[in-house]
Each structure stands twice: as C-alpha cells, then as structure tokens.
Design a protein around this ligand. Sequence first.
Ligand code: BGC
Length: 875
Amino acid sequence: MAASKPTEATRADGDQVRGQARDQARDQARGQAREAAVEAALGKLDLDAKARLLGGRTMWELHALPEIGLAPLVMSDGPIGVRGVRWTADDPSVALPSPTALAATWDQDLSRRAGALLAQEARRKGVHVLLAPTVNLHRSPLGGRHFEAYSEDPYLTGVIGTGYVQGVQSGGVGTTVKHFVANDAETDRFTVDNKVAPRALRELYLAPFEAIVANAHPWGIMTAYNQVNGVTMTEHRHLVNDVLRGEWGFDGYNVSDWMAARSTVRDIEGGLDVAMPGPATVYGEPLAAAVRAGEVPEETVDEAVRNVLRLAARVGVLEGAEPAVRPEDLPAEIDGEALAREVARRAFVLVRNEVRDEVRDGVRGEPGDGTSDGTRAGASDGTRDGEKREGSRVLPLNPAGTVALIGAAARDARVLGGGSATVFPARVVSPLDGLTAALPDGTLTYVVGADPSDELTPADKGFELRAVCRDAAGTVLGEGSLPTGQVQWIGDDLPEGVTHEAMASIEVVGTFTPRESGEHAFGTRGLGAFTLTVGGQVLFDGVQPMGAEADPFEAFFGSPVDRGTVALTAGEPVEVSLRHHLDKDRATPLPGVMFSFVHLGPQRGAEELIAEAVEAARGADTAVVVVATTERVESEGFDRQDLRLPGRQDDLVRAVAAANPNTVVVVNSGSPVELPWRDDVAAVLLGWFPGQEGGAALADVLLGAEEPGGRLPTTWGDLAAAPVTRVTPENGELAYTEGVFIGYPAWEQAGATPSYAFGHGLGYTDWTYESMAVEGTTVTVRVRNSGARTGREVVQVYLAPADAGATGRPARRLAGFAGVEAAPGESVEVTVELPRRAFETWDETTGSWAYRSGRYEIEAGRSLTDRRLTETLAV
Ligand code: BGC
C-alpha cells in the first residue's frame, strides 16, 4: 500500500465512489424485488407447510415446498472446508488451514479469497449454506475449540470474519456466523449458563458478530447450545430479537446449533427461525399445533418463514426470485491447492530465529555472510533494529545443507482439527512429503523421535477399508468406502440402498499393509456388539457395554479399547474385519451409527526413539523437529486439561537441541501449547493445523522461497501464568469474572510475561518504523524495509487511553492494522483509520455506548510489546 500521487488518488476515489453508488442502487432494487418474491411465496403457504419448513428434514437439509417452487436448502459444516452432506472421503474437500491460522495472516483480503474458494467448493457439492465462520473468542487457552475460532481480540476476529463472510457470499453461498454467543468453551456446552456482565458481552463477545453484521451482512447466524445469563441462546429473545435484529439490523436466518432447540414455544418466541437437525424436531407438527392451541401467534411463524425464504432467494433455490449473485457475476475459478498452500505459509508464525551455529556448519556459513538471497533476518523476539547480532539466522535453511527431520507428525501431519470441522481432503502433504520434494536427494533423513499418541486411534495409514451393511438375514444392503476406521453415519448419511430400519450389522472390512514390522494392536471404540478379526484370527467377539456416565456421545468421543495384538511384517498386507451388530433397542439422540476400528503400530521404547533422533540430529547440519497435539487433547466436545505437548515430545526436543544447536522446532497444533525448551532451540515456527498443503508450505518457508507471514492472533504462554483458566462450570454456571480482561489486556494487567506476545511474528527481513502522523482519527505510518529481501510487514496500531485505570479499560487495545509489502530499502506508507468504537465503552448504567473523550496514546509497532512509534491524540 505505497503512497500514491494525490491526483491519481483523487481520480481513483471518484471512480470508486460512483461505482459504489451504482452497486448500492442495484442491490437496493434487487433487494426490493427479492422481498416481493418472498412475500408472494409466503402468502401461498398454509400453516402446516410453514411449520414444516422451519424444522429440518434431515441432518443437513430443509424440506422442499414444490407449491412455491422452493428446493431443499442444504447446509454443511465449515469452517476450513465444505464437507458436504456425507461423512465420507468419496467426495473429497479442499482443507484450508485452521481458523487460528487464517487469523494469523492478519489479512482480510486473504480471508475473503479463502471464503470465495469455500463458496466454489459448496457449489460443487450442492451446498447452499456454510455453517461457518466460528467467531467466538479465545477466552481461555483451554477452550477445546480454540483452533476453530480466530483470536482473543474482538477487533481482529471481526476483521477476519468479515472477509470470510464477504468471500463466501460473493460466491452466492450463505454463511452462518456461529455460535451466538459466548460459546467459548466445551465443558457441559449443552447446558452451561455463562454469566457475562453486559460490558464484557458488548465489548468482547458480541463485538465480532456486530462488526460482521455491519460490514458483511451475513445471511445467517447460529445460536449456541449454552445459556447466557440464565437464558438458553436459542431462546434468547433479547439478544436475538432486540440486539441482533433490532439494534444491528440483521436480516438473515437464525438456525439452532445441532440439537440445541428444546422448546417449541420459547424457541420461536426467542427468534429462532430453524431448528436443526431433523426429522425429529420441536418445529414442524409441534409448532403448527402450538399455533392452533393459541400459544404462538401465526405472525411469529410468518416472520421466521420470511427469514428462511429470504435466504432461499439469496442462494437461488426459490423460483422467481433473483439470487444475490447472478451466475455471470460469480468469481473466477480458484485453484484450491494453491490457495491452501498460500494461506498456510502466510499463517506460519516464526516466533524465534537465532543466529546459526557456524562452527557446526564448518565451511558452509562464514560468520556474518548471510546467504545470497539476503537471509539476514530481522530481530528475533525482543531484539530490536540496531541490536542485530552478527551471522546468518538459522532460518531460512541453507538448501545445500543436510536436514534431520524428526517427529511422528512430520510424517503423519495433523492438518485439521477434529469434530464437526472435519473434512476429507483428496491429499495431504506432510512435512516429510514437502521437504522430500524440495530438498536435493540424499540431504534429508527422517526418524520418528517420539509419538505423541500412545493409544489406539482410528485405522488410517496403510488401511484400505469399506463398510458393508447387512440386514438381519445377512443379505448385503449396500456398501461404501471409508476414509479411516471411523464410522459416523448420522441421519440419512448412509451408503446407497441402506436404511437404518433395515440395517442390522455393519462390517468394516479390507486390508492393512503395515509400514513397520512388529506387534500391532487392534481394537474398538464405541458401544455394542463387535467381532474383530485380523489375518483370520478373532481378537474379540463380545459386547462393549454403556459406561456409568451414559453419555450419548461416548461412542464418538469415548476411549478406544485394546482387543489384542498381532505380529505383522512391513509391506505384507493382511485381511482385517470389524463387524458391529446394531442394538436396535438403545435410544440415541438421532438415528445414527458411530463406532471405530482402532489401531496402534509397534511401540518402540521412548528412550530408544529419542536416542535414534539424537543420532540423526548429530549427523545433520540442521535438525527440524515437528511436535504436535493429538485429537485426544485438542478437539471439539471437551476442553483441554493442560497445555503440555502429549507424550515424550518435550524430552525429545531437549535431547535434540542438546545434540544440535541448529535445531528448528515446528509446532503442529491449532492452539497454544507450552514450549518449555523454547529458549534452548535455534528457531520456533508455529504451524497451526496447516491444511492439506501444509508440508509444501512448510518447505517454502523453511527453505526461504517464501517468508513466514504470520503474526500471533492470540497470546502464547504457560498455563500457570495464563489469566483466564476456568472453563468448568460450578453448579451449572460459569462466571466470566474477569470482565473485559481476557487475552493480552489480561496478561498486561497481571504484569505477566507470556512466551510470545500478541501480534508477534518474524519474517526474513528487517523493518524500520520511520514516522507516524495522526490527523483526526487517520493514522499514517511510514516503514522501511531495512533488510536484504522483499517482505511483508503487518503494521499494528494500538490505542492506549490515558485514563485506562480510572475507566476500567485495558492499558491498550488493537485499534487497527495494515499489511504492506516492500522491496529491500523501499519505504512505504500505510493508512489506518481508527474506528469510533475504539474510543467507546459500554455504559452499564445507561445501557448504551459511551464515547470516551480524553487523551490517548497512539502506538504503532510490530507487536503488542514491540511498539516503535507513539503519538498523542486528544478527542
Ligand atoms: C457444532 C456446530 C456444527 C454442528 C453441525 C455442532 O455440534 O457445535 O458448530 O455446525 O454441530 O455439525
């Protein structure tokens, strides 16, 4: 965003204003025509049809109403891909990096492009509405779905979420911004009553929703499972009808989180338009009956139907109504693999990059020489311009050097987070794949080092499985392929020709070709009768009974059970089968089947694995260790107990770092983990769940073809010092006692030092902050690329009120930012407009926003703790 000449700028501005006015007039005319079509369709429906439309027909679809030319609206989970209506790999989906990663790009335009790609995916799969984005906040690092939300900062969350919604909807596909509101942890999520004071609710948790409604006009919102201040969110008349629709002017549809709707009357009166899923529903017949009984006015139902028909019109499934985006206005085809790779490398956050140990490198690197493409990298954490140490930094790697790649996740990368966000990509590029392709032959060695998981997980690598469904007489009804050993069929997501009524058993059957020789353990996860056979040997034939907790989700989230081991030889296939007999009498919340065929490869001693890694590290110029979380410690449905890396991974890193001073650690986790060895290694790269192209992107940045572009969207620190750690309700209530102090404001308030501050992230060049000018609320910052290669800087602007303490405000908050690219030596200007909201607080006495006049420091810099320029502003 270099400064342009005023004359050109003026002309461009004029064109832009005229263009915007034209677009607005066109949108207004189309909006009026759409409303007329919606009213006409509504007028033709009787009460039963209207009530039917508001309850799901299946897990993902609404009913069609042919009498008004309405096709079934189809929904599907996001947020990192579009799964479609089936839990299968038969129709794969592009898997983008985790939402935490998207937020780490600090780039609204990239988020918009990601959204446009997802719209393209949705259209390909016949999906009209994406159940995304998730814009809850990182209140506590223990939140199980932290990876699925953007940031601890409401402003950054709003900016990224706005781009995402604009992008998806530019492709004519609806969004469902979720989970409205304060669904910031998983423990007892169906029932927890979150006690949130109005100020924190407005300034933090509602803020991203408000910004997205104002700036991106989402076509949908999803109301959460939890309660807020005593009222279940699907029934929250005040927050839905008064605030979301009334104050903010939201005109989209409101769908319940899956199975969150519990009361016909309270839900419809609370502004819930659609109760999902179906066919069992509190709407449909019960809703029509409630109207007939005089418990609900028909106009209330009409209002909800209007919202659904408007959505249908927008996405083009209501005949006679023009869609929001005409086919000829759809964005150009996007290359999904290329975009997934771009987002990943732009999201990687390099938090530490020390000088290489040159002695070790022998002739390869003379002190201070850098490499030919100018790898003299910028300040590592805390180090400022002018304090640079001599020598080239460990990253990017010298492509001629040898690399020891270590870690189970380097081979079997964890590219996406678990739960409803799961999609099945057509391919996954692991770090091993990516580096093998990018490095010259013979320069890369790989060892496991440590396995983060020591329990059985759904059969995956080496398995070729399909599911065969039979009726009670043993006749095959149908079969389908399985991406892993996990069977998860809910509602009518069943193989062709199969129904829940007719199906009596399912057999997961196929072959397993082991990668390693030794004792392989096999087992089951789920409830009921199982027969497990490996290589003709029956390992288990019995029943797994329901545990004492009687949780219907036990089958999905429950523990795997080891049923025995078989000695196998690497490369030699063996026949495997797990037959599951359905218990027709057991009540489940939805018609569905959930169980898994689980496996664990030969377990070598932890010490032996670490010793092998040390050996490999000693023999290479650089050691790259990939550490990771597992689905058992970071996923939907539960919160984390601690922030430690599972298994012996910390010991592994320590041992490798002691053997090779040029140790680079890549962290493969969706949310913060503790890095107790962080000061003992040469470089730390936070890689998130990097999506299907993660390994290719990793090779790009490790070898310097691209710089890592991310900045932390959330503070990374140790749990012991973290400000908000309570996510478990007491007596059904979870009090947000910290008020507006979550994330970096809370760390600052406590005077605690995290591992890595909000906004921190290094590239491969240096930046000098030259000047800042403030005119009104327009801030202009001039920065110079003072390093030796082209790079991208995220200029961050913080606002620090002089009377922060007296007004109960955080010492400073992010008020704006801008990304800018520059060539070596080039000086560029960015302009950041401070939003009015940055100067406001929610006044609990008047119940309105209060503009806080007074003196503010405006601080521009590289991160929360690396602020380079300050100006004073009085408003
Ligand atoms: C999740 C939602 C998701 C829905 C449908 C729920 O359990 O909370 O985010 O969209 O399931 O899969």
